[in-house]
Design a binder for this molecule. Structure first.
Ligand SMILES: Nc1ncnc2c1ncn2[C@@H]1O[C@H](COP(=O)(O)OP(=O)(O)OP(=O)(O)O)[C@@H](O)[C@H]1O
Length: 449
């Protein structure tokens, strides 16, 4: 689109009408950050009762006195000027409903000489569903970068691997990906992978026919079938024992599976999202996770920052969680409660914060939560603070000693050879020069480690 210079004021109302064809908030900005035209949706979002024309975009949407890049944020206008191309990024805007994550797309508008004169900015709120339970709160740069990755991956059908400490919000991120994908109207199915035995894993995931095994009195639909057309979320994928990893790999590679006891192959149709709090790279190096499976599940890895890496999010999160927990009752945090919360390391991340607040809501009578109501005095019964990281790694692994218990060496070796072995257990037992029964026993012990 080519437009007349801003001095042709009469052309601007026409542009506003043109912008009204865009349902999302849209605005025309000049090189000086001035708003020259805005559509109805932009008016409603940012200035329901006020005026917008000639105000600076950074002041209206962010409440800043200087352009975003001078306030420590990325400025799409600057990026667009530098690259000469359309830019897309995630921003936090101050809307009439409060702070919101907005997906901003800025397109340059050139004059007849090809000079960039204006920009059209279109913004889509990322919380499409406005569901308080699945709203992702976080305004820190680390969290925003993570959200931007999610918003880019969501519409594609790419498999996403969510990495982060326990309680950092991986399941919520998986729901976000689903809700912002073309599969949003189809099921979102979670498979809790830790603690599943091999036979349970198979029948849970693939389903079984009636009479497939003792106790199979009915035909059962598997979770892969339940997720048809939607998203399959494998939570704690790092906990899947080796013997089951191969089955999962087959499903992902071939896109087909066979219910237990059935002779027919079925075609799967799901978008895969996996999550783990473990360091998968280390598990692969230790022979505890198949490398081929790792590559299959990790084309788009996203790391969720721990709460201690984004302390400025603690209070907004606490207020949001309090709203959820108090069910309509209005509860606030006292200044010393806020101060105390910001100093906590939160090894249990948002889940820990939530638990803390839930307990405090029961102790609080006057509508304001105090520091004392948050602090839990457990003395020697308190949970020992462990350094964050792979809690499953044996303590010795981080020890600098070179000597490893023999039992552990054997277990690791067995894991490695079992992962790489192509044949059946009988041939593996022969190569290891042990009986098949002993091999079974040892493999079983591995699973219970
Ligand atoms: N950004 C967020 N905004 C609001 N609530 C959040 C956010 N992230 C997580 N939560 C809440 O914190 C709790 C823990 O989150 P979630 O279960 O997604 O963590 P997780 O990383 O999957 O944990 P685990 O690894 O233990 O399964 C949930 O109640 C979730 O709703």
């Amino acid at each position: 689109m080519t437009v007349m210079p801003a001095t042709h004021e009469h052309s601007l109302p026409a542009i506003s009408t043109l912008l009204d064809a865009i349902p999302a908030p849209a605005v025309l900005i000049d090189r000086d950050y001035r708003i020259c035209a805005a559509n109805q949706a932009y008016h409603q979002t940012f200035a329901p009762a006020g005026t917008l024309l000639q105000r600076k975009c950074y002041e209206v949407s962010h409440g800043y006195r200087v352009p975003c890049d001078q306030a420590g944020e990325t400025c799409p206008l600057r990026q667009c000027l530098d690259s000469g191309q359309r830019q897309r990024l995630l921003h936090i805007h101050n809307t009439a409903k409060g702070r919101e994550h907005v997906d901003v797309e800025l397109s340059p508008i050139r004059d007849e000489e090809g000079e960039i004169r204006y920009f059209v900015e279109v913004m889509q709120p990322t919380h499409r569903h406005h569901d308080q339970a699945t709203r992702m709160i976080g305004f820190s740069p680390a969290y925003n970068r993570m959200l931007e990755l999610l918003s880019r991956a969501a519409p594609a059908d790419i498999s996403v691997l969510l990495l982060g400490e326990s309680g950092s919000g991986k399941e919520l991120a998986a729901q976000y990906l689903h809700q912002h994908s073309p599969r949003a109207n189809n099921p979102f199915v979670t498979v809790e992978c830790s603690g599943l035995t091999e036979s349970l894993f198979e029948s849970e995931l693939f389903g079984h026919e009636k009479g497939a095994f003792t106790g199979a009195t009915h035909r059962k639909t598997g979770l892969v079938e339940a997720a048809r057309g939607g998203t399959l979320f494998l939570d704690e994928v790092g906990d899947i024992p080796l013997s089951m990893q191969v089955k999962l790999l087959r499903l992902i590679e071939s896109g087909s599976y066979r219910p237990v006891g059935s002779v027919n192959q079925k075609q799967a149709n799901f978008r895969l999202i996996c999550a783990t709090h473990r360091q998968l790279g280390q598990l692969v190096a230790d022979g505890r996770f198949r490398q081929d499976l790792y590559y299959r599940i990790s084309p788009f890895p996203v790391v969720l920052p721990a709460l201690r890496e984004r302390p400025q999010d603690i209070i907004p999160l606490a207020r949001h969680l309090l709203q959820q927990l108090s069910r309509g009752q209005s509860l606030s945090l006292s200044p010393d409660a806020c101060q105390w919360l910001q100093q906590q390391p939160f090894p249990g991340n948002i889940r820990e914060l939530r638990n803390l607040l839930e307990r405090a809501t029961l102790l609080c009578d006057n509508g304001e939560i105090s520091r004392q109501q948050l602090q839990l005095e457990l003395g020697g019964f308190a949970l020992r603070r462990q350094p964050p990281g792979d809690t499953a790694a044996p303590a010795e692994a981080s020890d600098s000693t070179d000597i490893m218990p023999l039992e552990q060496v054997e277990a690791r070796y067995l894991q490695q050879v079992a992962a790489g072995h192509q044949g059946d257990n009988a041939s593996l037992a022969r190569k290891l020069q042990i009986s098949e029964r002993t091999l079974y026993r040892k493999l079983k012990a591995l699973k219970h480690d």
